[in-house]
Ligand binder design. Structure first.
Ligand SMILES: Cc1ncc(COP(=O)(O)O)c(C=O)c1O
Length: 387
């Protein structure tokens, strides 16, 4: 039986979200709602899969199971209506590693790579830390939702631009991109001979009425220059097991990226992640459906309650993921004041807008992948701090 109402104490487990953030703050007083992992147990079938590995008591090098690619093909086919070939699928411990390897393989020092802000910071790091020039146009707010400014893109692109990194659905704005936006983006990349790296890790969480469309479904020559990365980690809350994958339809490009992984010393998989992937996508879809229901209810609860505490906050409509992106600029004079209130008075940790690159100071990202009781405690603390 799945029970998403139980508050599980994660402190003392070296959880990045709880212990890591406590260590940075220097105390254990804050409700941790920053890092994007959920405070839920994973599916029981996945616990069993890990138990089998643990109880075997030999934890040697693992080789990728053929079930790995079969699972990915079946998940994309049944849930996202995209027909993949199993040979298009490569594995990687983490998406952030894939980003780094792909940037290195498809561009040279001094080349430009486009990544919209606000961004998931490790994607920016994959570019800047390897001497690439980061071109970082902000998404722009239009009629209450963030959109791509295509005119701005045309002004920024030049012959030294080699790659675009794009997140779909987008973290942190939560946008679930429409088919026409994806088509326009594909067209832009094709016209400018860019490779397109699309991170679809948040695709399994969508708000009611939203429909995720994979870039793999877009009929365009971009398929020849496309690298999609994804992972079951967010969907099943198994981030600590470091297992992800790439989908590359073009044979030559796939061989080039596979070779780049070999050069980086990344060939084997890990025994726990491999065991999880044999089960997650083929047996546990029901778990993702159940989590989506909880997230949708949590979203509705926060939208109802938060304005009674922060009447001037703008909670951007959530289209995907289990994150809320909130504009608090009318509530606080600046971001420092906001964080001082949240951390030192309310004892709540939300990730501040400037964490996600320039232009978004005064926003906050709130993780609602937690039991409702945690959100109620968050409201209680905010209310008390405001009183
Ligand atoms: C957009 C995005 N990509 C990638 C990741 C991390 O994936 P991985 O753990 O496979 O590197 C996250 C985690 O928050 C994310 O939000």
């Amino acid at each position: 039986m799945l029970d998403f109402s139980q508050v599980i104490n994660r402190r003392g487990t070296d959880s990045y979200k709880w212990d890591g953030s406590d260590r940075e703050l220097g105390n254990t007083q804050c409700l941790q709602m920053g890092c994007a992992d959920m405070d839920f147990e994973t599916a029981p079938e996945l616990v069993d899969a890990l138990r089998q590995v643990v109880e075997h008591k030999v934890y040697g090098y693992a080789t990728l199971s053929p079930e790995f690619a079969r699972g990915v093909v079946s998940w994309y086919g049944t849930r996202h209506h995209v027909k993949l070939q199993p040979e298009w699928v490569l594995h990687s411990p983490r998406i952030v590693i894939s980003a780094s390897v792909v940037v290195r393989a498809l561009s040279q020092a001094g080349d430009k790579v486009i990544l919209h802000t606000p961004y998931y910071p490790p994607l920016d790091c994959a570019t800047q830390s390897q001497g690439r020039v980061a071109v970082e146009p902000p998404l722009v707010l239009k009629d209450g939702r963030f959109v791509i400014d295509f005119e701005q893109l045309e002004r920024l692109v030049d012959d030294s631009t080699k790659l675009m990194i794009f997140v779909s659905p987008h973290n942190p704005t939560t946008r679930v991109w429409t088919r026409s936006e994806l088509e326009q983006l594909a067209d832009f990349c094709v016209r400018h001979h860019l490779y397109l790296f699309v991170d679809e890790i948040h695709c399994d969480f969508t708000a009611p009425g939203q429909n995720f469309i994979s870039m793999l479904e877009i009929a365009s020559p971009i398929q020849e220059r496309l690298i999609v990365v994804n992972s079951a980690a967010k969907s099943f809350n198994i981030m600590g097991c470091a297992i992800s994958y790439l989908i590359i339809p073009n044979d030559e490009l796939r061989a080039q990226i596979e070779n780049a992984f070999v050069q980086a010393g990344e060939e084997d998989t890990n025994i726990f992640g491999n065991a999880l992937m044999k089960v997650a996508y083929q047996k546990c879809g029901y778990y993702v459906d159940a989590v989506n229901e909880v997230i949708n209810a949590n979203d509705a609860y926060v939208r109802q309650e938060l304005p009674t505490i922060f009447p001037k906050a703008k909670i951007i409509p959530r289209e995907g993921s289990y994150l809320l992106w909130i504009d608090l600029r009318d509530e606080f004079a600046n971001e420092q004041e906001m964080q001082d209130f949240l951390i030192n008075k309310a004892h709540i940790f939300w990730l501040e807008g400037s964490h996600f690159g320039p232009h978004f100071e005064g926003y906050a990202r709130v993780n609602i992948g937690c039991p409702k009781a945690t959100l109620e405690e968050m409201m209680r603390r905010l209310r008390a701090a405001r009183a």
